[in-house]
Design a protein around this ligand. Structure first.
Ligand code: NOJ
Length: 549
C-alpha cells in the first residue's frame, strides 16, 4: 500500500527532484472506504501506514532535507468508524450525539424515502437509513460522498472544537500546514431543502448542489483556522500554509476562499481541466491571475484526476486530442500515446514557468499514464462501485510508482520480502518508465522536471511576481514572459511553429526529446528562452497583457 517509512526512504529522491514541500494524502486511522478520506481517528496513524513515531521521523527527516510537510485534513465528513458516529447511532433521535451529524427522519408514510433529494458526489442518494438501537428502521444520515462518510454538522459546537484540536495536535508535531479537503463544504443550507435542480441520473453524482456547497458560514471556519495557524507562526516565526480544495465552478466564488484572513491558496483546477490548446491556457492563466492576485496554486494532476498523459492523448472521438472537436486529423503515423506524453511534458513546463505555487502529483514526473484497464476485481474507488460501474473511478491514477526497471517486488515499491500483490497492479509497460532508468536518461521526463524545478529556483525572473502573456502570436502558440529575461513558448499544434521573434534568446529548457532549431518550436512542445534584453522578447510590450500578482 505504501507507508510512511517508504516516504522517508524516498525523501532524498524528492530532494533531488527539487520540491520544497510534501503533501501527504490521509494516513489516519481509517477503514479505507475512500482512500483514507474516511477518517476514524484524526490523531492516529493507521497501522497499515506506520505509527506516530514514524510520522515524527518523517517530519524531522523532511525538514532536514529542506522539505516542508503538509497534511490532508478532512473536515466535511467523518467515517462510520469514528467513535462519535457510533455514539450517535447508540444515543437515538434528537440526542446531542446525533446532532454532530445530519440525522433526519425520512419522508413518506413509513419514513422510507430520504429526507431530501440530494445526490452523493459518487452517485446514488446522499442519505442512508439506519436501524435504531432497538432494531427498527430508523432515521437517515447525510453523506455527500460514500455512505461510509457521514457529513459533520458544523453548527454543532463540538465539531469546530474537534478540528481545532486536530490541527493543534499536528502543528504541535511540527507540520507546516494543511490541504483542506472539500473546503466549499462543511456548512449546509439550514433545513437542508431540496436541490431545485438535482441531477436526475441515479448513477451520476451531484457536484454542484448549491444547498450543500459554499454557504457563507464556511468562511468563518477558514478565518478561525487562519488565526490558529498564525498563532503558531507568531510563536516560532515559521510559516504555516492552508490550501483549500474548493470544488466550485465560479472563479469569483473560489476567490472568496483566499480573501484576507482566510486560506492562503486554493488549487487552480481549471489548469488541470484545460484541453491542450493555446487559447484555452491563455484564458485559464488570465482568469486565475485576475482572481488570485496574491498567488495561484497551479495543478495539472492529482489523485482524483486521470493523469495528464492520458487526458492529453488523442482518442478516436477527439482525433487530434485538443478537445475542440474541430476534426483535425493527427499527422500520418503519429502515435497518440506519444502525443499524450509530449503534451503532458509541454503543459508541465508551461505550468512550471508560471508565478505562484505548483503542486505535482507523485508519478507525473515520470510521465506515467493512467492505468485504464485495471481488472474490475482490484478496483477500490467508491465512485466506481456507487455508480454501478458507469464511472471508472480514480484508481487508474493511484497505481504505485515503478521505482526500478526490474519488476521484482512491484518495481521496488514493496519491501523485498513481499509475497502479496501491490494494492493496485502496475502494468508491464511501466518497466520502461521506472525512476532508476529515467535517472540515467538525459531526456527523460524525470530529468525534465528536475531541470525545470532547478531553473525555477535559480532564475531570478522566475521568482518575480509579474507575467506577460503575449497576444501577437500565431494560432496555437502561447508565449509568455517572466521578468525581463525569460520567455517561454508552448506550441499546442501538430506542426512546428517558428518563434515570432527571429532571435528568441538562448534555449534553456525544451520538452522536445531530440535537438531542434532554436528558432522553431516543435509540435506539442514548450521551450524556455533566456535573453539578454527585453527587446529580445517574443513581442513588444504594447500588445502584451501584464498581470501583476
Ligand atoms: C476530495 C479528495 O481529493 C477525494 O479523493 C475524496 O474522495 C473526496 N474529497 C472526499 O473526501
Amino acid at each position: 500500500m505504501g507507508d510512511l517509512a517508504g516516504v522517508v526512504g524516498k525523501l532524498p529522491y524528492l530532494a533531488g527532484l527539487g520540491v520544497d514541500g510534501l503533501w501527504l494524502n490521509p494516513f489516519y486511522a481509517s477503514p479505507g472506504h475512500d482512500h483514507g478520506y474516511d477518517v476514524a481517528d484524526h490523531c492516529a496513524v493507521d497501522p497499515a501506514y506506520g505509527s506516530l513515531e514514524g510520522f515524527d521521523e518523517l517530519v524531522a527527516t523532511a525538514h532536514g532535507h529542506g522539505i516542508r510537510v503538509i497534511l490532508d485534513v478532512v473536515p466535511n465528513h467523518a467515517s462510520i468508524a469514528h467513535p462519535w458516529f457510533a455514539a450517535a447511532l447508540a444515543a437515538g433521535p434528537g440526542s446531542p450525539q446525533r446532532g454532530r451529524f445530519h440525522f433526519a427522519d425520512g419522508q413518506g408514510p413509513d419514513g422510507n424515502e430520504p429526507p431530501n433529494n440530494w445526490r452523493s458526489i459518487f452517485g446514488g442518494p446522499a442519505w442512508t437509513r439506519i436501524s435504531e438501537p432497538d432494531g427498527t428502521p430508523g432515521q437517515w444520515y447525510l453523506h455527500t460522498f460514500a455512505a461510509e462518510q457521514p457529513d459533520w454538522n458544523w453548527t454543532h459546537a463540538d465539531v469546530p472544537a474537534l478540528f481545532e484540536r486536530v490541527l493543534s495536535f499536528w502543528l504541535d508535531r511540527g507540520v507546516d500546514g494543511f490541504r483542506v479537503d472539500v473546503a466549499q463544504g462543511l456548512h449546509k443550507l439550514a433545513g437542508l431543502p431540496d436541490h431545485p435542480d438535482a441531477w436526475a441520473d441515479e448513477a451520476t453524482g451531484d457536484p454542484v448542489n448549491p444547498n450543500a456547497w459554499n454557504q457563507p458560514a464556511v468562511h468563518q471556519v477558514w478565518r478561525s483556522w487562519r488565526r490558529l495557524v498564525e498563532d503558531y507562526t507568531a510563536r516560532d516565526g515559521r510559516d504555516r500554509l492552508l490550501i483549500g480544495e474548493v470544488g466550485l465552478t465560479d472563479p469569483a466564488a473560489v476567490a472568496d476562499y483566499t480573501r484576507p484572513g482566510e486560506l492562503h491558496h486554493t488549487f487552480c483546477f481549471p489548469f488541470a481541466h484545460a484541453t491542450f490548446d493555446a487559447d484555452t491556457y491563455r484564458h485559464v492563466i488570465t482568469t486565475a491571475l485576475a482572481h488570485h492576485p496574491d498567488g495561484v496554486a497551479w495543478v495539472a494532476n492529482n489523485h482524483d484526476l486521470p493523469r495528464a498523459v492520458t487526458r492529453h492523448t488523442p482518442t478516436p472521438r477527439d482525433r487530434d486530442g485538443d478537445g475542440d472537436g474541430d476534426g483535425e486529423e493527427l499527422p500520418a503515423g503519429a502515435d497518440p500515446a506519444q502525443i499524450g506524453l509530449a503534451r503532458a511534458r509541454a503543459a508541465a513546463a508551461l505550468m512550471l514557468a508560471l508565478p505562484g505555487a505548483v503542486y505535482l502529483y507523485q508519478g507525473e514526473e515520470l510521465g506515467l499514464p493512467d492505468v485504464a484497464d485495471l481488472p474490475v476485481t482490484v478496483l477500490k474507488d467508491p465512485m466506481y462501485h456507487r455508480s454501478g460501474g458507469t464511472r471508472p473511478g480514480r484508481d487508474g491514477c493511484r497505481v504505485p510508482l515503478p521505482w526500478t526497471t526490474s519488476p521484482d517486488h512491484h518495481h521496488g515499491f514493496s519491501p523485498p520480502a513481499t509475497t502479496t500483490p501491490a494494492w493496485l497492479p502496475q502494468p508491464p509497460t511501466w518497466a520502461d518508465l521506472a525512476a532508476d532508468t529515467q535517472h540515467h536518461t538525459t531526456t527523460s521526463t524525470l530529468n525534465l522536471y528536475r531541470q525545470a524545478l532547478a531553473l525555477r529556483r535559480t532564475i531570478p525572473d522566475l521568482a518575480t511576481t509579474t507575467l506577460t502573456l503575449h497576444t501577437d502570436t500565431p494560432p496555437g502558440l502561447l508565449a509568455l514572459s517572466r521578468g525581463t529575461h525569460l520567455t517561454t513558448y508552448t506550441n499546442t499544434t501538430h506542426h512546428p511553429i517558428p518563434t515570432p521573434h527571429p532571435h528568441p534568446g538562448q534555449p534553456i529548457l525544451t520538452t522536445h526529446p531530440t535537438p531542434h532549431p532554436t528558432d522553431t518550436i516543435p509540435p506539442n512542445t514548450t521551450v524556455w528562452y533566456h535573453h539578454d534584453t527585453p527587446a529580445d522578447a517574443a513581442s513588444t510590450a504594447d500588445d502584451a497583457v501584464t498581470e501583476a500578482i
